[in-house]
Ligand binder design. Sequence first.
Ligand code: HEM
Length: 504
Amino acid sequence: SIPKRDTAAEQLSEYSEEHEDNHDKITTTWGVPVPEKDASLTIGYHGPILLQDYNLIDEIAHFTRERIPERVVHAKGAGAFGYFEVTHDITEYTAAKIFSEIGKKTPIAVRFSQVAGELGYPDTIRDIRGFAIKFYTEDGIWDLVGNNAPIFFVKDCALFPSFIHTMKRNPKTHMRPDYDMFWDMITLRPETTHTCLIFFSDRGIPASFRKMHGYGTNTFAFVNAHGKFFYCKFHYRSEQGVENMDPKVAQKLAGEDPDYHLRDLYNAIENEEYPSWKFYVQIMTPEQAEKSSYDPFDDTKVWLHSEYPLIPVGRFTLNKNPSNYFAEVEQIGFDPAHLIPGIEPSPDRMLQGRLFAYGDTHRYRLGVNHLQIPVNSPFKASHFARDGKMTLHSQGGAPNYHPNSFNGPKIDKRAKALSPVIPLHGEATRIDNGNDDNFTQARLLYQKVMKDDEKDRMIQNMLVWLKPTKPQFQDKAVKMFSQVDQDLGKKLKIGLGSSPHIDL
Ligand code: HEM
């Protein structure tokens, strides 16, 4: 339950104590002292308000514009700041400057989120959680926009908008979840099986953002100083351990304290219990990728740790809350296309779509100059983009065109040397890869990793979502999960009440 007066509740009192000798005067937004704040300018006691009361008009006009479009996904979230520190040498795999020496520290911003709910949605619902990191490196911004699951439901970005629609509000009733939309798509695309096992497991409701692991999820690539190319996956493992929440407790908290996860993170940082994660990579050579028994660019699959062990790289810590939520969390914009020399995209079809989506949505949500908002801004940027709404970054008299003969910025030879030559061949075509062995890894997870009690709870959680849907989707789901494990299918069937539709 909610502590009566937690650290978050003391925020204003703390401000007050720290500002006992505050002599600031109320001003307009353009800095002019105002003569009156409790009354508008009227003609007499009951007279109408004058247009001349420009201070009032300015305040109301600002207020009516306070909201910007919320993120189309991952709208509800919490953010914090801290640093990343290198603990192990991985320069044999990447020349990215952030990893250049042990002990090197890089400032970071992190945003945790849920995927489907809107800005005011309760925190403790069943969902995948976002776990995005912005690294402010000397080579510019690197955004690693990950989740708390190593895999995703669908593998081709072409299916992402539809999949998200099934998790969001029904366009006619405006209600969610719509179990028919969800199970219809899930059972039409069995590639969702593996992530469903995670979604309905204990991990579907973390106890705290601090107590979950994170994953880059998509496959990326590294280039080392000799130009050698490797594929990689990123992992971050919580030093607080993993803890999940009983769905009944979660349901109660959703009503009592909808901001439970925000409160938990805020209080921990204010109380100097700084959360931290160890950072690892998995490495696959292009030769190994060619021979791999599963598609290493398929984001519904993990890279088996037995074949591709976690290589330790560093550690990150969050030690500062935002000083203003809107400025620093609502306006933060992560973009998987923001990569630095030494880190490259892979042919992962989901990642390829993401390379376009985020910059596009930021131009809509935050504006064309979103990278000039302080929280998104690199230490230094010299380029030929100019102007647009809310331009802040002045490049002075530097030439705004390339090439030029006037000492404008030059190509960085190191960045050029590190840009990989990717040998591509094949015909442009559309190949549906949805039926690419969707069950082997899911079976491994269910049979070899999950303990019996975890399996039972996952089945109960699945049933909560399956019971309200139509028998035709229940039938299909039972058949789909039976391909993971006959026993799983049977238990679901029994749980649904032996429906005559299902014939295993
Ligand atoms: C946020 C699109 C796949 C993780 C977002 C946002 C969009 C988006 C539009 C909102 C960004 C904003 O307004 O600031 C897409 C598209 C995808 C895709 C089109 C597929 C083609 C994925 C996948 C992951 C993921 C596979 C798994 C790691 C996230 C996270 C955020 C996010 C963590 C929240 C970032 C934040 O905290 O601000 N995505 N996404 N997305 N996405 Fe994706």
